[in-house]
Every structure is written in C-alpha cells, then in structure tokens.
Design a protein around this ligand. Structure first.
Ligand SMILES: [Zn+2]
Length: 239
C-alpha cells in the first residue's frame, strides 16, 4: 500500500506539505531540522557511543527517508545530507559527559565518517546505497564550511543477514553478531600525531544494535568511535 502511495505521489507533489511540484518544496526544505540532539535507545546496548539524531522517526522525515531509500528519490539526497550535516556538527562538537574526550570539537582535527553498510543484496535491490549517498552529501556540506571531513567505507557485511525489521533488541543483536567486517585500507587513513574523530552514520536509530555492531567491528581493529549520527530515532524506544 505504501508503494502504491509513493508511486502516486513521487515526482508530483511535496512529500511534506502536498503542494504540487517538487518532491520537497522550497518552504519545506527550510523547515527541516538542521541540528541534532542526543538520543539513547531503551534498553541501550552496553557501551554504545554517544548517539544523535535530527528528528523522531515519524512523518514527514520518515516519508522522506523511505522515498530516498526505497524509491531512489535522489532529489532528497542533498536535503537529507544537510540534515545529517546538522547532526554531525553537534555530534563532533564539544560536550560534557561520557564519550567526550580531549581533542573533541570542531576544528580540532579531521572527521572520518563511516557509513553503516547495507547488505550487498539489499544495495542491488535498491539500486543504490542510501546511507552512503547521504553521508557523502553531508561530508560535502561540512567540507564546504571549512572542516576536514572524509567518508570512508570501512565496513562491509560478511554475509546474508535477515531483515532487521520486526526483530526485538535481543533478536537484532543475535542477528548481527560478528556480521560486520572492516575493509582494508586503514593504514592510508592514519597520520602520525593527528587525532581523527570517527563517526558512524546511519539513517534510522532503532534499538542501537546495528550501530553497536558497527562500533564493535571498528573497535576490534583499534578505531575508537566518538559518536553515532543518525537522521532519525524511533521515538517509542526513547525515554
Ligand atoms: Zn512542501
């Protein structure tokens, strides 16, 4: 039913306000969130890095995320990337509490954005990797404001993973355990004496198990994840 709805509306009206014309009209682009706030899944996977989102995962953000992800609405890549850039500005900024460390904050060093990968099968079916696409757009935006930001596709899925939708937190964790691996090329990223902030990027934060598994894979090769930046967080799971 959702597919029919998308087929009906895609390309003809604004997904937010319904005005005929662009998929996201100029007025609605302007009211998209351009900042992030801290979120924690409840229950929260042990040791999860500080996590941030721009909005609760509900319409209209949900409709935008789905149209971009499942219906290749590439006109939305830039606005969604802009939203993610707003989250990243907060996620890489100075903050108090667990997870903050010396050297954090804008301008203190390069930021490495690591998109959470979809399985190769899902990428083939969709015809693109929406999180990678969005992360690159966010990096372009942050780079244009003077920061040194790079996107590194460090993670890949080892083999077939069952769809996460419909699984509870424990089910997701079991489904994911050990399934993400780190690609080669880490040594190219290392520079002596330069602290790099590693930030995981994903579209939706639900139970946190995907992000935690991605964090585990990076930590296993010695990379400390300083934050997790997502577009939206499933609200009912948050306090
Ligand atoms: Zn609109």
């Amino acid at each position: 039913m959702l597919d029919d709805w998308f087929d009906l509306v895609l390309g003809s009206r604004c997904l937010v306000c319904g005005t005929a014309g662009r998929l996201l009209c100029r007025d609605c682009v302007r009211v998209l969130p351009r900042t992030g706030y801290p979120v924690r899944p409840d229950p929260c996977p042990a040791g999860l890095a500080p996590s941030f989102a721009a909005a609760p995962y509900r319409d209209p953000v949900r409709a935008l995320v789905l149209a971009h992800k499942e219906h290749r609405a590439f006109a939305l890549t830039r606005p969604l990337g802009g939203m993610l850039a707003g989250v990243l500005a907060v996620a890489t900024g100075p903050r108090a509490g667990p997870g903050s460390g010396p050297g954090s904050g804008p301008g203190s060093g390069p930021v490495l954005l690591v998109p959470v990968p979809s399985s190769p099968g899902v990428v083939r079916r969709r015809g693109h990797d929406p999180v990678l696409r969005m992360t690159r757009a966010a990096a372009r935006e942050l780079g244009s404001t003077g920061g040194e930001v790079r996107v590194a596709r460090l993670l890949r899925q080892r083999d077939r993973i069952a769809d996460q939708a419909g699984l509870d937190a424990a089910g997701r964790a079991a489904n994911l355990a050990g399934r993400l691996a780190v690609n080669g090329g880490l040594s190219r990223l290392a520079r002596p004496g330069v602290a790099v902030q590693v930030v995981l990027c994903d579209d939706v934060l639900t139970t946190g198990s995907t992000a935690r598994e991605a964090q585990r894979a990076l930590e296993d090769v010695g990379l400390r994840v300083s934050a997790i930046a997502t577009l939206a967080a499933t609200q009912r799971r948050f306090r």
